[in-house]
Write a protein that binds this ligand. Structure first.
Ligand SMILES: [Zn+2]
Length: 87
């Protein structure tokens, strides 16, 4: 994960990423893929189920999975009800 120094840098990286995604989707569409029902959703991956770090131990004692340690962000891509994970 990159360390970001300022909000303007974060914005630059975000807009760069958006352009990359847009380009990729346009290429997919050009090659004949139907993207009309494509949906993109951001999610955060949690640590492995057997992780023993403080956050995960705490989540286990409190029985609340939302307290688990988090890894980097991931994206879920949905097409027509079918689920696919990308990383
Ligand atoms: Zn953990």
């Amino acid at each position: 994960m990159l360390k970001l120094r300022s909000p303007s840098q974060q914005e630059q990286i975000l807009s760069l990423a958006m352009r990359q995604i847009e380009k990729m989707l346009k290429e997919m569409q050009t090659s004949g893929k139907d993207l009309s029902r494509l949906k993109l959703k951001k999610f955060q991956k949690t640590h492995h189920i057997d992780c023993k770090c403080k956050l995960c131990e705490n989540a286990k004692t409190k029985n609340d999975l939302r307290l688990r340690g988090l890894l980097e962000d991931g994206f879920k891509v949905y097409v027509a009800g079918e689920k696919k994970n990308t990383q």
